[in-house]
Design a protein around this ligand. Structure first.
Ligand code: ADP
Length: 532
C-alpha cells in the first residue's frame, strides 16, 4: 500500500489520467500484487478497486487454466524480459469472460531492477468473438466446399457411368483457340486412348468415314454460319479399321455480339440399333412387296376362276331348263346343288377379287360429296328385313342429328355399312338390338358407330378380326364346331381396306357376352361442298 501511495498519490495528475483513460491500466509490484486498478479495469472486471488492490490477478481475475501461463509471463516481465503484447482472458465478477489485449512496460528503480510492471490493455472481446465467428464461418465454408467437391466428383463419376451405359459422350470445342475436349466415352467410341490422342477438330474429321466427312463438316459450318443446331448420323473409323455408326448433335454458343465462340454437343454410338433398323426396313420393304405380290396373285387367280365358274353355272342352268331332255326330279335336285354351290363360290371369288384389288391399291372408287344421313337411312332400311327375320330391332339414332356431308364413294360406303349392320344382326342374340349412331369428331371426320347386344368378341381374337378369313369360331364346316352363322370371313378385311382407301379409320370395342360396337371415321366434306 505504501508503494501505491508512493507511486500515485491521490490528486496526482498522472493518477487522474490513468484513472480516466479508456484503456485498462493495471500496475503490479514485482510479486504480482495489484497496486493500481483503474476505472476501466473495474468496469470490465466488475471488481472494485478495493476488491483488487493487494491481490494477484491469478488469485481472482484469471480462469484457472491460464493462471500458470500468465504467471510465467509476469515473472519474465518482472525479471526485465518484456514480450511486448499478448492476449489473455479475464473472468469477470459475474462469471463472464472478456478477452484483453495487453502491452507491458515496467518502471525500474535506481539499481535498474523492475519496480513496477505496468500493463495497459484493450478489451477486444467483441473483436475476438467476431474473429471466432469469422473463423467458424470460414471453417464451415471450407467444409461445404469440401462437401461440394466430393459431390461434384461423385456426380462426375455418375455421369461417366451413365455415358458408358448409354454409349453417349459429350464434347466441347473452343472455336477461337481450337481446343477440343472429349469425355472419356468419346475416346472409347473413337477407339483412342486419352493419353495418346490429342483431340483437335482436324483429328476428329480424320476419324470420320471418308464418305461422311463432307456431310459432317458441312453440318458444322452451317451451324456456325446459320445458327442451325444439327443432328446427324455418320460413321467413324477406329484405328483398327472397325466402323461404327454414331448420332451426333451439336450447337453453337455465341458471345454478346453474336460471334460464334464455342460449340458443344454429344456423340452416341448407335451401331447395333442402326444395323437392326436397316434390317427392319429391308424386312418391312420385302414384306410389303410380298403382300403386294399376294394381292396381285389373288386378283389374277380370282379373275381366272370366274370364267370356268360361270361356264359351270351356265351349263347347270341349261341342264335345269332343257325342254328336249327334261331332267328327272332327282336330277333337278342335284343340279340345284351345283347351282347353289357354284353361286356361293362365285360370290366368294368376287369378294376375294374385290379385296385383292383394294389391297393392291386399285379399288374402283368414285369419291364425291355424300349425304351421310341419307346413306345411313337407306342402309338401315335395307337391314331392317334381315333384322326382322332374326327377331332383332335395328334403331337409327344417327338420323336424330343434323345432316353431315362426307367425302367418300357412296356405293362403297353402302357396302361398308351393310357389312357392319349385317354382322351386328348375324352375331346378335334373339330379341337383341342394333343401334346406329354417330357424331362429328374434332379432327374433321364423321364417326358412324354400329352397336349390337350380341355375342361379343373374345380379347384373344381381337387381333385376328380384320384378317382375311378371320372367322372366329363361328365357322361351321367339317370337323369344326361353330354357330352355324353363314359368312366368308372376308367382309371385315374388305371393310377395313375400303375405309382406309377412302382416308378413314375403323375400330371396335367389344365385351364377350355383352356386345360389340364397330365404328368408322370418314373425312367430312369441306363446308359448302354439295353432293350431286
Ligand atoms: P363373316 O363373313 O364371317 O361375317 P367378317 O369378316 O365380316 O366375316 O367377320 C369376321 C369374323 O368376325 C366373323 O366371322 C365373326 O366371328 C366376327 N364378327 C364380326 N362382326 C361381329 C360382331 N358384330 N359381333 C361378334 N363377332 C363379330
Amino acid at each position: 500500500m505504501s508503494n501505491k501511495s508512493y507511486l500515485l498519490e491521490n490528486g496526482d495528475i498522472t493518477r487522474t489520467i490513468l484513472e480516466t483513460v479508456g484503456s485498462l491500466v493495471l500496475i503490479l509490484d514485482p510479486k504480482g500484487r495489484i497496486v493500481f486498478f483503474n476505472q476501466t479495469c473495474q468496469d470490465v472486471s466488475g471488481f472494485s478497486e478495493a476488491e483488487a488492490i493487494g491481490r494477484t490477478p491469478w488469485d481472482f481475475l484469471l480462469p484457472s487454466e491460464i493462471c500458470e501461463s500468465v504467471k510465467s509471463v509476469f515473472f519474465k516481465l518482472s525479471a526485465g524480459d518484456f514480450p511486448g503484447t499478448y492476449e489473455n482472458v479475464w473472468l469477470t465478477k459475474n462469471g463472464d469472460q472478456r478477452t484483453i489485449s495487453w502491452s507491458n512496460s515496467a518502471t525500474l528503480n535506481d539499481d535498474q531492477v523492475v519496480d513496477y510492471v505496468i500493463a495497459t490493455g484493450i478489451d477486444i472481446t467483441e473483436r475476438a468473438n467476431l474473429q471466432t465467428r469469422l473463423e467458424e464461418r470460414v471453417e464451415e465454408r471450407t467444409r461445404e466446399l469440401t462437401r461440394t467437391n466430393q459431390e461434384l466428383a461423385e456426380s462426375e463419376a455418375r455421369l461417366e457411368r451413365a455415358q458408358a451405359m448409354t454409349n453417349l459422350g459429350n464434347w466441347e470445342w473452343n472455336i477461337e483457340t481450337g481446343d477440343l475436349v472429349w469425355s472419356d466415352e468419346i475416346y472409347r467410341i473413337f477407339g483412342r486412348l486419352p493419353q495418346e490422342f490429342d483431340p483437335t477438330y482436324e483429328a476428329f474429321l480424320d476419324a470420320i468415314h471418308p464418305e461422311d466427312r463432307e456431310k459432317v463438316s458441312d453440318a458444322v459450318s452451317e451451324a456456325v454460319d446459320k445458327n442451325a443446331p444439327y443432328a446427324i448420323v455418320h460413321r467413324v473409323v477406329c484405328p483398327d479399321g472397325e466402323e461404327k455408326v454414331v448420332q451426333e448433335i451439336g450447337h453453337v454458343l455465341r458471345d454478346g455480339n453474336g460471334k460464334a465462340v464455342r460449340m458443344d454437343g454429344t456423340i452416341q454410338e448407335i451401331t447395333r440399333d442402326w444395323h437392326s433398323r436397316e434390317a427392319l426396313i429391308m424386312a418391312s420393304r420385302s414384306a410389303g412387296e410380298a403382300s403386294h405380290a399376294k394381292s396381285e396373285f389373288l386378283a389374277g387367280m380370282s379373275h381366272e376362276l370366274r370364267t370356268p365358274l360361270n361356264a359351270i353355272l351356265g351349263f347347270a342352268q341349261i341342264l335345269q331348263t332343257d325342254s328336249r331332255n327334261p331332267p328327272t326330279a332327282r336330277q333337278i335336285q342335284n343340279i340345284q346343288h351345283i347351282l347353289d354351290g357354284g353361286n356361293h363360290l362365285l360370290e366368294l371369288v368376287n369378294e376375294i377379287l374385290d379385296l385383292a384389288k383394294i389391297e393392291a391399291g386399285h379399288p374402283d372408287l368414285s369419291i364425291g360429296v355424300v349425304d351421310a344421313n341419307k346413306t345411313v337411312a337407306d342402309c338401315v332400311a335395307l337391314a331392317l328385313p334381315l333384322g326382322e327375320t332374326q327377331g332383332i330391332r335395328v334403331l337409327d339414332d344417327f338420323n336424330k342429328q343434323p345432316s353431315a356431308n362426307i367425302h367418300v364413294d357412296q356405293l362403297r360406303l353402302t357396302q361398308i355399312l351393310i357389312n357392319l349392320l349385317s354382322n351386328a344382326i348375324k352375331y346378335n342374340r334373339k330379341g337383341g338390338t342394333v343401334t346406329i349412331d354417330g357424331h362429328k369428331t374434332r379432327n374433321n371426320s364423321l364417326r358412324i358407330s354400329i352397336a349390337d347386344t350380341g355375342i361379343g368378341i373374345a380379347r384373344k381374337d381381337h387381333a385376328k378380326l380384320f384378317q382375311m378369313f378371320g372367322r372366329l369360331g363361328t365357322f361351321d364346316g367339317p370337323g369344326v364346331e361353330g354357330t352355324g352363322i353363314e359368312g366368308s370371313g372376308i367382309g371385315l378385311a374388305t371393310t377395313k381396306a375400303l375405309v382406309e382407301s377412302m382416308a378413314g379409320n375403323i375400330g371396335f370395342e367389344s365385351e364377350e357376352g355383352i356386345g360389340s360396337t364397330f365404328w368408322i371415321e370418314l373425312p367430312l366434306a369441306p363446308d359448302g361442298a354439295a353432293h350431286p
